[in-house]
Design a protein around this ligand. Structure first.
Ligand SMILES: CC(=O)N[C@H]1[C@@H](OP(=O)(O)OP(=O)(O)OC[C@H]2O[C@@H](n3ccc(=O)[nH]c3=O)[C@H](O)[C@@H]2O)O[C@H](CO)[C@@H](O)[C@@H]1O
Ligand SMILES: C=C(OP(=O)(O)O)C(=O)O
Length: 470
């Protein structure tokens, strides 16, 4: 019988009505971090010039967990210096991994023979959902261990069941005791298995478990999203056989021990690309975004084109990992000639519209003529945060906890606001503030810094005026 394990994210998000959900005191209450860094945004400026994308948070955290499989030196190039990576580094260092930044974006890691799991930094671990992906690699050399409840964006209930069910196939039994997952391992090879959900972190966890099994594992209903592909390319480089990358059917033949000195460059972030696209469109600016993994946002680009956004794409070239096609994307000015899509916008697992890119359509819809229905079915309460944009003048009507109507065109106005405890919704406020004339204040931006490196400086190079203060 499968033990029922509680989900830490099932706790706090239940809203009596929209007004409760949007009140500043409620948001302040939800804000969990003590690192108080704020932004002062002088908005209403046109952006210009070009910006180069960084690698993604979501591949980076999976790669950090994967580095535990390697007893040699793992060197990651082009690695993002973001809060989420810092939290995972704190966790890995606390269990004995030697980690150094060799230069600004080169990270070197070497695990010890024996990890000191009893010293695991719980405070850092509880701030990220990615610690769940430690279970897959740790299963290979530990029969019993604990992982604290995972954190991450607060978006309503986020299930951990798929992780439990998938890892059970490899012989892990996971129970919850005192805000921790206790894992007991009696290792076995599942052969063929099907994931309970095609989630990204669960797919990565399963791949990391399969990477230590010498028999072939055939995984069905795998996520084929970008961070899964990046993880697979890294694992291939350290000697794991993987077939089916970019498809829901993965065949993996692992190794019992890996000791290699290896270098790997994760791919540029398709979600950061969408952040800059949304910033350019909302401020009606022309900018060039360099190193865009454009095939990972092809559906997003088609939707934008149908709304009237004009863009040009350079000839493709390869990412540093030699696998992913990149191009430079120029977003042209629309001069107010955008129209709402007649059909609803909704996310899906790849190759659908990326769940983390959906939010960036809210400000865009806000300046387009007409009404857009945005249906965020993936998360239980992320749509509630979209209504925060109404404080910046965008007409967002919350229909229920998953759906909003956005009516445009709107004139954006300055505001003084706190970040909600979710990365993409918080970054929407920054986009709105860039477009609103006058000085806006965005308080406590830790949640944005979880996923984007040096955003204020990079926006300022594009002609924005964003000052960081604490
Ligand atoms: C570190 C990392 O990579 N985080 C990403 C990852 O989180 P992660 O993979 O952890 O996402 P979750 O497991 O929380 O899944 C997100 C939501 O989608 C639902 N769901 C997912 C798959 C599915 O086939 N059916 C389904 O209903 C889940 O029940 C959950 O409510 O994927 C999310 C969805 O793209 C992204 O927002 C996160 O940025
Ligand atoms: C939901 C997100 O992240 P996480 O899974 O790390 O909470 C996100 O990156 O938008």
């Amino acid at each position: 019988m499968i033990p029922d394990i509680p989900n830490p994210d099932s706790e706090p998000v239940s809203f009596a009505n929209d007004r409760d959900a949007l009140s500043p005191s409620f948001l302040d209450h939800l804000q969990s971090t003590s690192r108080e860094v704020h932004l002062r945004v002088e908005g209403g400026r046109k952006l210009h010039g070009d910006v180069t994308l960084k690698a993604s948070k979501n591949a980076a955290v999976a790669l950090l967990c994967a580095s535990l499989l390697n007893y040699g030196v793992t060197k990651f190039l082009n690695f993002p210096r973001i809060e989420e990576v810092t939290r995972m580094i704190e966790v890995l260092e606390s269990i004995g991994v030697k980690i150094n930044w060799r230069d600004n974006n080169t990270l070197e890691l070497r695990r010890p023979k024996k990890l000191t799991l009893e010293n695991l930094n719980e405070e850092a671990a509880r701030k990220t959902r990615s610690v769940l992906m430690l279970i897959g690699p740790l299963m290979h050399d530990h029969e019993e261990f604990d992982i604290p409840y995972a954190g991450g964006c607060k978006l309503g209930e986020r299930t951990v069941k798929p992780h439990q069910y998938a890892l059970e196939e490899f012989g892990a039994s996971i129970t919850a005791t005192d805000k921790r997952y206790s894992v007991k391992v009696d290792k076995k090879a599942p052969g063929e298995m099907t994931l309970y959900e095609s989630g990204n972190t669960v797919t990565n966890n399963t791949i990391l478990a399969a990477a230590g099994v010498v028999e072939e594992t055939f995984i069905q209903a795998a996520s084929c999203d970008y961070m899964v592909q990046d993880l697979c390319y890294f694992l291939q480089k350290i000697g794991i056989e993987i077939e089916g990358i970019g498809t829901p059917l993965l065949r993996i033949r692992g190794l019992s021990r890996i000791k290699k000195n290896i270098e790997y460059s994760p791919t540029e972030d398709p979600i950061e690309a969408m952040f800059f696209i949304s910033a350019a469109v909302t401020t009606d600016s022309e900018i060039t975004i360099r190193r865009v993994p454009f095939r990972w946002i092809s559906l997003e680009l088609i939707k934008l084109k149908r709304m009237g956004i004009r863009y040009t794409i350079s000839s493709p070239y390869k990412a540093a990992n030699g696998h992913v096609d990149l191009a430079d994307l120029t977003i042209h000015r629309h001069e107010g000639k955008l129209s709402a899509l007649p059909d609803k916008l909704h996310p899906n697992v790849w190759p659908g519209l990326n769940p983390d890119n959906l939010p960036y359509f809210v400000p865009i819809a806000g300046i387009a003529t007409g009404q857009t229905l945005i249906h965020d079915w993936i998360y239980e309460s992320r749509a509630i945060y979209y209504a925060e944009l109404s404080k910046l003048g965008i007409k967002v009507e919350l229909l229920d906890q998953h759906r909003v109507h956005v009516r445009g065109p709107s004139e954006l106005v300055k505001a003084n606001m706190s970040c909600p405890p979710a990365l993409r919704p918080a970054s929407l406020l920054l986009i709105g503030m860039l477009a609103a004339s006058g000085v806006s204040i965005l308080r406590n931006v830790y949640v944005i810094n979880r996923g984007y490196e040096d955003l204020a400086a990079r926006l300022n190079l594009l002609g924005a005026s964003v000052e960081v203060f604490s």
